[in-house]
Design a protein around this ligand. Structure first.
Ligand SMILES: [Zn+2]
Length: 275
């Protein structure tokens, strides 16, 4: 499932490739992905020009001119691929966006996903994105912002960090190494964290996500050009490495249940501390 690094990589590539292009046509084969009937969607989008592409958490924001947004969420994994007139289209896709220069992109969803068209003035009313927290790659995600976010919270740290309303973009893949680097047990209560632990956690979030962005994201996800990322599982520190030695102390990594999710931890480096 793509998380912030993969979506950041794709949206940056899209911004470079499709900015300034005018929508010629749209083919939507799966109406349930859209927030309006297909015919209306196509009519609304046609003729609009891409002003910029950005991302927030796991969402891609295509800003259109005049004043609309196309919001894309790739769900549990999808291929959002660029094409040029010389390129063969992928064998399977549910959505195709063509620009007037005959380049464009296709989306093949694995499971669910969304492609929503929203007037710019209604963006803050869009249920699925309006309440998203600030992404760690956003300039506004400062240490001070993070400290304020955690102040007076009673939740367990992992549940809090993967809740998209608090921070947009961290899911069950990247959280594993983030907590390991910060030496925190996933079930540690936020109220028990010291200032130093919060600072370390902030740095762990930044370094883990930026490292992946630099590598082009996960090796099992494709970017806009169909290239796989270079972050393979063997580059993870503890994530998905049950039984392998901890990179710090060699204790075998264990997989534990944390609420509805699984966590991979070094029991020695990440003990659950009692307040
Ligand atoms: Zn360890």
């Amino acid at each position: 499932m793509p998380e912030l690094p993969e979506i950041t990589v794709i949206s940056r590539q899209m911004n470079k490739e499709i900015r300034g292009k005018r929508i010629l046509d749209i083919e939507a084969k799966q109406p349930k992905n859209l927030n309006m009937p297909v015919a209306k969607f196509v009519k609304t989008a046609k003729g609009k020009t891409v002003k910029a592409v950005a991302s927030k958490g796991k969402w891609i924001f295509i800003k259109l001119n005049p004043a609309y947004y196309m919001l894309i969420n790739l769900g549990m994994g999808a291929e959002l691929l660029h094409f040029t007139p010389n390129h063969k289209l992928p064998p399977k896709y549910q959505f195709e966006l063509t620009f007037t220069d005959k380049t464009g992109c296709t989306i093949h969803f694995q499971w669910f996903g969304y492609i929503h068209l929203i007037p710019e003035k209604d963006l803050n009313k869009h249920k699925l994105t309006a309440k998203l927290g600030i992404s760690p790659t956003d300039k506004k995600f400062t240490l001070e912002h993070f400290q304020k976010l955690l102040a007076n919270r009673k939740a367990r740290i992992k549940n809090f960090l993967i809740n998209q309303k608090n921070i947009a973009g961290i899911g069950n893949v990247y959280i594993q190494d983030i907590l390991f680097k910060a030496k925190l047990h996933p079930n540690q209560k936020i109220s028990t964290l010291s200032e130093k632990e919060i600072n370390n956690l902030y740095n762990a979030i930044q370094t883990t996500l930026n490292h992946s962005i630099q590598l082009g994201g996960l090796a099992y996800e494709k970017d806009f050009y169909g290239q796989k990322g270079k972050l393979t599982i063997n580059k993870f520190l503890v994530g998905y490495k049950t039984g392998k030695p901890c990179p710090t102390c060699k204790t075998p990594i264990t997989k534990i249940k944390t609420g509805s999710t699984s966590s991979y931890i070094c029991p020695k480096c990440q003990p659950l501390k009692q307040p």
